[in-house]
Write a protein that binds this ligand. Structure first.
Ligand code: PMV
Length: 307
């Protein structure tokens, strides 16, 4: 059984989505492939299945598989811990393969189980990454049911409604700082701020408003407005304390040739994104200040079972 899944970037609303505020993400064309075969022992890429190095795969097996041991082989074009959803990508590809073996790999089942595996592994978070990587294209997560509803997810009294969002063929450049952001740590850091400060709670709400404002310009391909809203979202993320000196530098460098640029994902390292018509110039500017640039396209395909 071979399956694959795309990566993703969050366009709007990271961190705020953990508190039930809306967020928008798109799938990217960098993919992870997972092959599973029945075997006499569990292994991943030739090594014994290990709690520490194969956490997502191990937990997917624990939650979803009680059959024969499996030989698992993975290949990924997604840089790890980068904000491009490498953990969601490996999780969704693995879950799709395991459910595929059982004949149960339909979209909602893959999405809901992938969220359970990611949550079980990280101990926190929202379903935005796993939903986007499962569905492909664009995803809007919100706290109420809207048009193009796909499924909903509940955890610890927060309910997220997942929707398909029509997005134009955005030209994005992702800049990776090379500093691996640790998502659960960043989520905990924001939570501490959120719990003691009304100011932080207001920022989270404001991020939610910006996300809602972005829906119309995304539908109408109004890149100037999308860029402005990305810049505003970035200022608020910076106040929340999830930026990093190199992310700031890359964002500044990218802005000269972009409609807008912002941190994407949990921050504290990881990645920024820029929306642009000039992907080459932006990529060059990012690399000049020390980042690694990826010119990416939106993936129309979510997870896929190949055999
Ligand atoms: O760092 P990433 O790409 O896994 O994004 C995390 C997004 C957060 O909103 C910070 C957490 C979450 O699970 O929603």
């Amino acid at each position: 059984m071979i399956s694959s899944a795309p990566s993703k970037v969050i366009l709007f609303g990271e961190h705020a989505v953990v508190y039930g505020e809306p967020a928008i993400a798109v799938a990217l064309n960098l993919r992870t492939t997972v092959m599973v075969e029945r075997a006499s022992d569990y292994s991943v890429n030739g090594y014994p299945l290990n709690d520490r190095y194969h956490r997502y795969i191990k937990n997917a097996i624990t939650l979803l598989w009680d059959g024969d041991p499996l030989k698992i082989t993975t290949a990924s074009a997604v840089p790890s811990a980068s904000g491009m959803g490498s953990s969601a990508s490996i999780t969704v590809a693995t879950v799709a393969a395991l459910l595929g073996l059982k004949g149960e790999a339909y979209e909602k089942n893959v999405a809901l189980n992938s969220f359970e595996v990611e949550y079980f592994t990280q101990g926190s978070g929202s379903p935005i990454d796993t939903s986007t990587v499962t569905h492909g294209k664009g995803i809007l997560v919100s706290n109420r049911m809207m048009d193009n509803f796909l499924w909903s997810v509940e955890k610890n009294k927060t309910r997220w409604y997942i929707h398909h969002l029509e997005v134009p063929p955005l030209k994005l450049v992702v800049g990776f700082s090379g500093v691996k952001g640790h998502t659960p740590e960043m989520v905990r850091k924001v939570r501490r701020f959120y719990e003691w400060s009304t100011f932080a709670r207001d920022i989270i709400k404001e991020i939610g408003k910006i996300t809602m404002m972005a829906i119309e310009p995304l539908e109408n391909e109004d890149y100037v407005r999308i860029g402005e809203l990305m810049d505003r979202n970035n200022r608020l993320l910076t106040i929340l304390g999830v930026s990093h000196p190199l992310l700031k530098k890359m964002i500044e460098a990218a802005r000269k040739h972009s409609y807008g640029a912002k941190i994407t994902g949990a921050g504290g390292g990881g990645c920024m994104i820029a929306l642009t018509d000039e992907q080459d110039e932006v990529a060059r500017a990012i690399e000049e200040v020390g980042g690694k640039a990826y010119k990416v396209k939106i993936s129309q395909k979510g997870y896929e079972i190949q055999s």
